[in-house]
Design a protein around this ligand. Structure first.
Ligand code: APR
Length: 241
């Protein structure tokens, strides 16, 4: 009756959203993404980090959510009121595909804000500013004059407390967790499946590769998100009719 879908970068892979761990292209080929996604990197070179996020947002906006996203939207209808997506992704694809109950653990590339007072800044304006193939300095806050930064969680930063708390509650209450497209290496997200198990729920992993979670999962389904999720919805719908 209660289902939680925990998703990671592999969820977006079939929609062509470039991940961190993939080789970067064009202007960004010479940088290590793990070294751009930190508060220190932004302090050192705000233009570079801001422009990199603008280019990632642009790539995410150009991507079309694949059939697995639509399948999660169907599951939300199927388990009316009992289905939550908890994602580590910052690309906004779940909401764009039509999922209503989405917890973004690592923030969102759509949610730019002031580094100081957190006043929001529209992402469409970010894309206009950064449309050229050059590094551009971040805009400044209309309220306090400080730089605008992406609303994502950088390495070394705390996760948003309310999102983490709601994710923990969803995990503890879940009868079933679908763990889709995550390497299950990055904490605290990687600890959510253990909370599901501790609460008596079952864990179904969807991932073409083995992960540290595979041996603890009740089912470890070696398939991609785009293949597995539509099949799952089909099977559930067939059983009900
Ligand atoms: N369908 C399902 N899973 C897939 C697919 C696919 N089509 N393609 C790849 N995968 C799997 C990979 O096998 C891998 O286990 O997706 C996983 C992606 O792992 P990571 O790149 O480590 O992504 P994620 O687990 O989301 O990373 C967590 O780390 O990079 C930081 O903050 C960033 O949110 C991110 C966090």
């Amino acid at each position: 009756r209660k289902v939680v879908a925990l998703t990671g970068a592999g969820m977006s892979a079939e929609s062509g959203v470039p991940t961190f761990r993939e080789a970067q292209t064009g202007l960004w080929a010479k940088y290590d993404p793990q070294e751009l996604a930190t508060p220190e990197a932004f302090r050192r070179n705000p233009a570079r980090v801001f422009s990199w996020y603008a280019s990632r947002l642009q790539a995410a906006r150009r991507a079309t959510p694949h059939a697995g996203y639509a399948a999660l939207v169907s599951l939300e209808r199927f388990y009316a009121g009992g289905f939550t997506v908890v994602t580590q992704n910052t690309d906004g694809m779940h909401s764009r595909a039509g999922s209503g109950s989405v917890i973004e653990l690592h923030g969102s590339m759509e949610a730019f804000r002031c580094v100081q007072c957190r006043h929001p800044y529209p992402s469409d304006a970010v894309l206009e500013l950064a449309a050229s193939d050059h590094e551009v300095p971040p805009p400044t806050c209309s309220k306090c004059g400080n730089f605008i930064r992406p609303g994502v969680v950088w390495f070394g930063e705390m996760l948003p407390g309310d999102a983490l708390e709601r994710a923990g509650q969803a995990a503890q209450a879940a009868d079933v967790a679908l763990v889709i497209g995550t390497s299950s290496l990055v904490y605290p997200a990687a600890q959510l499946p253990s909370m599901v198990i501790a609460g008596g729920g079952k864990v179904i992993e969807v991932n073409p590769e083995t992960t540290p979670l595979s041996s603890q999962a009740d089912v470890s389904w070696r398939a991609t998100a785009g293949e597995a999720l539509p099949m799952l919805v089909e099977a559930l719908t067939r059983e009900v009719h």
